[in-house]
Ligand binder design. Structure first.
Ligand code: GRF
Length: 223
């Protein structure tokens, strides 16, 4: 018998490169999942074309056509439930979700954020990390809770901030790592290895690296 396949819904607003990474890792057999539905709140999101090309059902649910967030979110909840979605992945979805939505998918709702949370929640985070003089930034996959960008963290990838970086060069460096860690988080979820214990996510059968460290700029081993 083949492995059970997790049914995933993905919410996007734009380019959808994280959606693409997930499509690719599912296609090459790395992640035992299928994307049952992609929802975009924007009809012109490039990610919709990526989904269509992969034969994935899409829906455009334009938030501007709803009187309030609650009715917009209810329409998305219904669409996701009708598709039998077990996990919802936010992948560059630029709307804040209501408590209704978050409760409907509690413990089954992931987001990716282009900074090392809890530092730099919110918007324009690459520029803010540069302006703050941080030596590192990165990407965070986390469960979504009602406080924006504050849910339990599944995995983070760290990248250096270089002297000549601007928001675009840093975003590109971070995005490369996003494409690795988001599919990995979905894989772990699909395998039932993630358990939220208070604010911390415990991941069964992962290898911890107690001596791991990074220096930026780098320094000789003698220090
Ligand atoms: C990514 O940087 C993600 O971390 C943030 O929005 C961006 C989406 O990029 N939430 P894409 O649409 O997946 O290319």
């Amino acid at each position: 018998m083949s492995e059970p396949v997790l049914s995933v819904g993905v919410l996007i607003s734009g380019s959808g490169s994280n959606l693409q990474a997930l499509i690719d890792r599912i296609a090459d057999g790395s992640v035992p999942a299928r994307i049952a539905l992609v929802i975009s709140n924007r009809a012109d999101a490039f990610g919709l074309q990526r989904a269509r090309l992969a034969g994935i059902p899409t829906r455009v649910i334009d938030h501007r056509e709803f009187p309030d967030r609650v009715s917009f979110d209810r329409t998305m909840i219904a669409a996701l439930q009708e598709s039998g979605v077990e996990l919802v992945c936010l992948a560059g979805f630029m709307r804040v979700l209501t408590a209704d939505f978050i409760r409907a998918f509690e413990g089954r709702l992931l987001n990716i954020h282009p900074a090392l949370l809890p530092a730099f929640p919110g918007l324009h985070v690459q520029q803010r990390a540069i302006d703050a003089g941080a030596r590192f930034s990165g990407a965070t996959v986390h469960f979504v809770t009602e406080e924006v960008d504050a849910g339990p963290i599944v995995i983070q990838a760290v990248v250096p901030i270089l002297d000549h970086d601007d928001a675009q060069t840093l975003a590109a460096r971070i995005l490369k790592q996003e494409h690795r860690i988001y599919p990995l988080a979905v894989l772990w979820f699909a395998q039932g290895r993630l358990q939220i214990v208070r604010q911390r996510v415990q991941i069964r059968e992962t290898i911890e690296a107690p001596d791991a460290y990074l220096l930026n700029p780098s320094a000789p081993d003698t220090y």
